[in-house]
Design a binder for this molecule. Structure first.
Ligand SMILES: O=C(O)CCC(=O)C(=O)O
Length: 379
């Protein structure tokens, strides 16, 4: 009789020894044998290009087979992949369908995501989803319910209405205003609802680490006194269907192709923390930056979305004229980092000034001049 092979254990042991070659071997063996854990893990490695050549299509297919076998992490990831269109054509219905499957099996994460995708007309369903996620320990759902207080909607779990009602975050009506001429800066109020601002803060909070700057000489990232705040990048594993929807909505608002966007970052400043004057474009004259431009394109546009109100000072300052900006929660400020010929616009030199009390939270999004594939990100 064949003895069962515990691929996951062999993989874990190899990984604990730091032997990535052997770890990959066991994942490949396991995936060939249809082991759900191995499929999910190898799929993720292929999507990230970790210890294997990146291959989105194969990564997607392996993660999908792990999701079909019922692995909760794979179900969450497949929903995000469908929303993003990574390894597969973007398909909103499939993204929602996988969230519904996850939520119905009792996973709090997809239940909470669905709650944030429902329109206010489905208040009962929204409440039922939040309550179910909160009961299973989801802190974002717990916080949201607390903020809602004694909202009168009776919980109602109608999966058909949830499936049909879950929609991409949409722009609230509003207009764009130019608030500075040099550099040319544009403001859009209410780009994000207070709900979504809060969602981003909560999703990013567990992933915060000290922000880094790019070393112009070596091309590496380093911790430096010029940038003392924290940040979290919402890449494939930290983001979800809701944050992907926000990304797409902001890209539409700015008239930029979503594929040109770098993953969004959430920035957090405690009192006294700052981001000293800097440019967001890559410096074509610096050899490592020139290589970055050649490999992955220039950073042509920046969009900041202010996520909260309860802090003092902490404006964004533009050094050319001394113009300072502080948006209400949900307000976007955006600008082009290059002129009409594609050359750096040096009037965009700017800084994140320190708040003197309270925490400042901000979403930062950069767009390249071509579809973006990660090549050692730089800040
Ligand atoms: O924190 C701010 O106000 C500015 C952030 C910033 O400069 C950036 O993300 O490039």
């Amino acid at each position: 009789m064949d003895r069962p092979v515990h691929f996951e254990h062999y993989y874990d042991a190899a990984r604990a020894r730091g032997d990535w070659g052997q770890a990959r071997h066991w994942l490949q063996q396991g995936a060939r044998a249809g082991d759900p854990f191995s499929c999910g893990q190898l799929g993720l490695w292929l999507l990230l290009g970790h210890a294997v050549n990146r291959n989105d299509r194969s990564g997607f297919q392996l993660v999908r087979s792990a999701a079909r076998a019922g692995l909760p992490e794979a179900r969450r990831l497949i929903a995000t992949l469908y929303a993003l269109g990574r390894g597969v054509k973007p398909n909103w219905e499939q993204a929602v369908d996988w969230l519904v499957r996850g939520a119905r099996s009792g996973d709090p994460d997809p239940a909470r995501q669905l709650a944030f995708l429902l329109p206010t007309a489905l208040a009962g369903e929204r409440r039922a989803l939040l309550e179910s996620a909160a009961k299973s320990g989801d802190v974002i759902a717990q916080r949201r319910l607390q903020r809602d207080g004694q909202v009168n909607a009776a919980p109602r779990m109608d999966w058909r209405r949830i499936r049909q009602g879950a929609s991409r975050p949409a722009l609230i009506r509003g207009s764009i205003k130019t608030v500075s001429e040099s550099p040319k800066l544009h403001q859009r109020e209410a780009a994000l609802s207070p709900d979504l601002c809060d969602y981003l803060i909560c999703v990013a909070a567990p992933f915060l680490s000290r922000a880094r700057v790019n070393d112009h000489l070596r091309g590496t990232e380093l911790v430096d006194d010029s940038r003392t705040n924290s940040f979290a990048m919402l890449s494939l594993l930290e983001g979800d269907v809701v944050t992907t929807g926000i990304d797409f909505m902001l890209a539409r608002m700015l008239g930029q192709p979503p594929k040109n966007a770098e993953p969004a970052s959430v920035l957090q400043y405690s009192p006294g923390e700052q981001f000293a004057p800097h440019f967001d474009f890559f410096e074509p004259k610096a050899p490592v930056h020139a290589a970055q431009i050649a490999a992955a394109g220039q950073r042509v546009m920046t969009c900041l979305v202010y996520l909260n109100n309860d802090y003092v000072d902490g404006t964004t300052r533009f050094m050319n004229t001394g113009f300072e900006f502080k948006g209400e929660a949900g307000t976007a400020l955006f600008w082009r980092n290059v002129d009409s010929t594609g050359l750096p616009d040096r009037s965009t030199l700017h800084a994140g000034l320190p708040p003197t009390s309270g925490e400042k939270w901000l979403l930062s999004k950069w767009f390249r001049d071509r579809p973006y594939t990660q090549v050692s990100t730089a800040s």
